[in-house]
Design a binder for this molecule. Structure first.
Ligand code: GLA
Length: 381
């Protein structure tokens, strides 16, 4: 049973009727543009065909009651008395808090949450829960869906309620993507364009099965180093620094900070080039940019681990692979490879076997389809 059906089926079992609504929000894989979002830069993520679904109906009071199928846990909270706790429900409460902080009047609801975005793998399962929750509150409270505003509020929930200092990329792509396309996003203005994935290409996510949480100080340390570099150049964010300027004026920066800045400045350029390559259907050029991005994340930004480097090397050496890189925050989690669609089956098994031989670990491999962002559907009857 797929996750959508499971949510509807369990809803009927629990409440004795069909849900009024079902909302969905996908996880994501970032094609290129890593750690650029909190530098006001460019990113090119893609929503994947794995999502969080919530089947629900309104409640007359101001309570929210959700049963999470995979977690086998029910949580209930009051919109008038939100209290911090721990676990997956914090994403729901955080979104309710952020929406109410914005002055929106919310309606209570009850429902079943089900999802197949792997948790903790760097595929943004938390952003998917947040955006699904935002869609639910928007739909029930009669608010017009605005992807950019909803994504900003979901990010605020994650930053200020959950306490994870992420950028805007994950929530934005989960809210705004369209099927068959990646989302080229300017993280300063939130302007975006949908860029089609060239025909014949498969996007393959390779989970190293190594983990390191985002709450980790390393992510915040990278942010602080980027901010220090921006201060040195007298600009709001590294987005405003060109490669020429970096080479001329960056020499007095501490070497580590200079390397961090060089990653961001070069990565922003790579995103722009990648968008051109995608529009031109140039898989070879796109693959080269993936490889260059990985090298920069490994050597300049230093957010890869051994497992990610192995996985990427193994992927890059397979026939039919145009390029590969780590994706997401790094320090563990997933790599992403761009593969000739016809080779993707063999690619998946060859990479899995070679990775096991080298690391002793089992990789999970997902061939992902570019999917639509958050949606809401009325259920009849
Ligand atoms: C995590 C964060 C994003 C982004 C990436 C790195 O996924 O949630 O905002 O910073 O890391 O590109």
């Amino acid at each position: 049973m797929d996750t959508r059906t499971a949510a509807i089926f369990s809803f009927s079992n629990e409440f004795g009727s069909s849900p009024d609504l079902i909302v969905r929000a996908p996880g994501r894989v970032n094609l290129i543009g890593e750690h650029t979002d909190y530098n006001d830069g460019f990113v090119l993520p893609m929503a994947i065909d794995r999502a969080v679904w919530i089947a629900l109906r309104p409640r007359p009071d101001r309570r929210v009651r959700v049963h999470a199928l995979e977690m086998r846990e029910t949580v209930e909270f009051r919109l008038d008395d939100l209290q911090k706790g721990s676990g997956w429900a914090e994403y729901l409460k955080g979104v309710a808090w952020a929406l109410q902080e914005e002055g929106l009047h919310l309606q209570g609801w009850e429902g079943i949450l089900s999802g197949d975005v792997p948790r903790g793998a760097g595929l943004s399962s938390s952003a998917a829960v947040e955006v699904a929750a935002a869609r639910a509150f928007y739909a029930l409270s009669g608010l017009d869906w605005e992807a950019g505003r909803a994504a900003r509020l979901a990010q605020k929930a994650e930053n200020q309620w959950v306490g994870v200092n992420c950028g805007i990329m994950d929530q934005m792509v989960s809210a705004a993507a369209v099927e068959g396309h990646a989302l080229f996003l300017d993280c300063r203005t939130l302007d975006y364009e949908h860029v089609p994935l060239p025909a014949g290409l498969a996007v393959v996510v390779l989970d190293t099965s190594t983990r390191r949480g985002l709450v980790d100080s390393a992510y915040n340390e990278r942010r602080a180093q980027c901010e220090a570099a921006a201060r040195h150049f007298g600009v709001k964010a590294l987005r405003d620094v060109s490669m020429d300027r970096l080479e001329v004026d960056g020499q007095h920066l501490p070497p580590v900070v200079l390397r961090r800045a060089r990653h961001i400045v070069s990565e922003n350029e790579r995103v722009l080039q990648a968008v051109q390559a995608m529009r031109a259907g140039d898989a070879i050029q796109l693959g080269k940019l993936f490889n260059a991005s990985h090298a920069s994340l490994r050597d300049d930004f230093e957010v890869t681990n051994e497992a990610l480097n192995w996985m990427v090397e193994i992927a890059q050496s397979q026939p039919g692979c145009y390029g590969a890189r780590m994706t997401g925050a790094g320090f563990g989690g997933c790599a992403v490879a761009l593969v000739d669609e016809k080779s993707s089956g063999e690619f998946a098994s060859a990479v899995g076997a070679a990775y096991k031989a080298r690391s002793g670990l089992d990789a999970a491999v997902y061939v992902c389809k570019p999917s639509a962002g958050g949606s809401v559907e009325q259920i009849a009857g």
